[in-house]
Design a protein around this ligand. Structure first.
Ligand SMILES: Cc1ncc(COP(=O)(O)O)c(C=O)c1O
Length: 459
């Protein structure tokens, strides 16, 4: 396993270091103020009060020279950190050799498809075909199209709290009001079922866990007449729900869903865009459940700082698709493919995936311990380096902490040098999803600052 000393060399030293007397600093302030005049604030971060100027490892500088620890890794993208020296030398070498080749064969995408086949989860390993896209939304659009063609059915089951992207089919699967209100109608034939989110599950039963209830519900939906689910092509599920609040259900849920799919002839599709690429302590987060997906979607952390996404499907399924029926001009250009392979290589040869498991377990228990004295913390949960801290105004009623206080927390963290992007159905979940190359020292520093910001509000 890579040493802490080696990991430390990948980032700037002595972070965080805020040097401006006001926050944001004057240069950032000007850029933030003028942005809405030129760029649509529908973008992911909206008016998030930070301007990135330079990134190295898990550290980031703004244009005013303030240095931050980023515990969000570009929302899960920078699995091996920013500007990793091996990624940079791959970019340099490959960009001089070949970059764009349209959606035609190139040596690097061929090598990448073989590599993915060898590391795919059980059921797909050495028995799968890859399809390449450039974003998670693109991968989800594609998987819906493929599932319908393969099964010759039309309906898709997704879950409450799901985030699968914001295009046409993918936005129909995504549940957040913020992405939907006023934008419809979306693609039809999508049915949403309850996700086993224990902390806020709408049904209670003293004999059954929420995983069993939600899993049995999917079986009921698919295998009972008059539920309106009469023609289901696929069930699409996040093995750890990301934007919906970092919810990590127990394996029974996925086992029940898989067996409902098998009974009914629907495909089981795991969306690994946020939870994949080693973040949860396994290369694919569905591996924790011990079920074999028919297809998976990937994105974010696979690309090593460049856009890389796609679909991995079992061979017998892929063979039912027509050639040239899903072209994408920029898919798997040679540069993205070469960098994706290097990213996977860095993750594997340095044991960063099992390290994510160990470090994640250590941090979750530290946070749980701290929650005994910080009333705002309703629940700490997660898997590996995908950790959610749900904040509430009242532990009894579980009333979500309001938007204004959440903004103060995010601002408080930034002014103390920590970049953290919240998530959750009510926007009240702080998420820790750092690069897998974060040192223990920086991880603990980030958590200590976070806890002190929360403790100061708790008073
Ligand atoms: C689980 C999941 N699927 C799909 C997407 C969409 O990916 P992208 O933003 O690359 O389109 C996301 C993005 O957050 C995601 O978390």
């Amino acid at each position: 396993m890579i040493s802490e000393k080696e990991l430390a060399k990948l980032s700037h030293e002595n972070a965080p270091n805020i040097i401006t007397s006001t926050f944001p600093g004057p240069k950032s302030e000007t850029l933030l103020k003028e942005a809405p005049a030129y760029e649509s604030m529908t973008r992911g971060a909206g008016e998030f009060p930070l301007v990135f100027d330079e990134g190295r490892g898990v550290t980031v500088k703004d244009p005013d020279g303030n240095l931050y620890i980023d515990v969000s890794a570009g929302v899960g993208v920078n699995c091996v950190g920013r500007a990793h020296p091996e990624i940079l030398s791959t970019i340099e070498k490959q960009s001089k050799h070949l970059m764009h080749a349209s959606d035609m064969s190139n040596t690097k995408r061929g090598e990448l498809a073989k590599l993915i086949s060898s590391i795919a989860p059980p059921g797909l390993r050495n028995n799968c075909i890859s399809y390449f896209a450039q974003s998670g939304s693109g991968a989800l659009e594609t998987v819906v199209k493929f599932a319908r063609k393969i099964t010759r059915r039309r309906q898709i089951v997704a879950f409450h709290g799901a985030y699968h992207g914001v295009w046409h089919a993918s936005n129909a699967l995504t549940t957040g009001d913020q992405y939907r209100a006023g934008y419809g109608p979306f693609m039809g034939d999508v049915i949403h079922a309850p996700y086993p989110y224990d902390y806020r599950f709408p049904f209670s039963n003293s004999e059954k866990t929420c995983e069993i209830i939600a899993g049995e519900y999917v079986d009921y939906l698919l295998n009972t007449p008059y539920t309106a689910a009469d023609d289901v092509a696929a069930v699409i599920v996040e093995p750890v729900q990301g934007e919906g609040g970092y919810v990590a259900p127990a394996p029974e849920f996925f086992q029940l869903v898989k067996s409902a799919c098998e009974k009914h002839g629907a495909l089981f599709i795991a969306d690994e865009v946020q939870a994949g690429a080693g973040r949860t302590g396994k290369m694919w987060s569905i591996e924790h459940a011990g079920v074999e997906p028919d297809m998976i979607t990937f994105g974010k952390g696979m690309g090593g700082d460049l856009p890389m996404a796609g679909v991995i499907m079992r061979k017998d399924l892929a063979e039912q698709l027509d050639p040239m029926s899903q072209p994408q001009t920029f898919a798997a250009n040679a540069l993205s493919a070469a960098v994706c392979m290097k990213n996977i290589d860095i993750l594997m040869k340095n044991d960063l995936i099992s390290r994510a498991d160990d470090l994640g377990t250590e941090i979750i228990s530290k946070l749980r311990e701290a929650s005994s004295t910080i009333e705002l913390i309703g629940e700490v949960r997660g898997r590996g380096l995908m950790i959610g801290i749900e904040l509430v105004t009242n532990r009894e009623t579980r009333e979500p902490l309001g938007g204004e206080t959440m903004n103060n927390i995010v601002g408080g963290l930034l002014s103390n040098g920590i970049i953290m992007v919240p998530c959750g159905r009510y926007g009240n979940v702080l998420r820790l999803m750092p690069s897998l190359t974060i040192t223990r020292d920086y991880m603990h520093k980030g958590v200590d600052i976070l806890l002190s910001v929360l403790a100061s509000l708790d008073k």
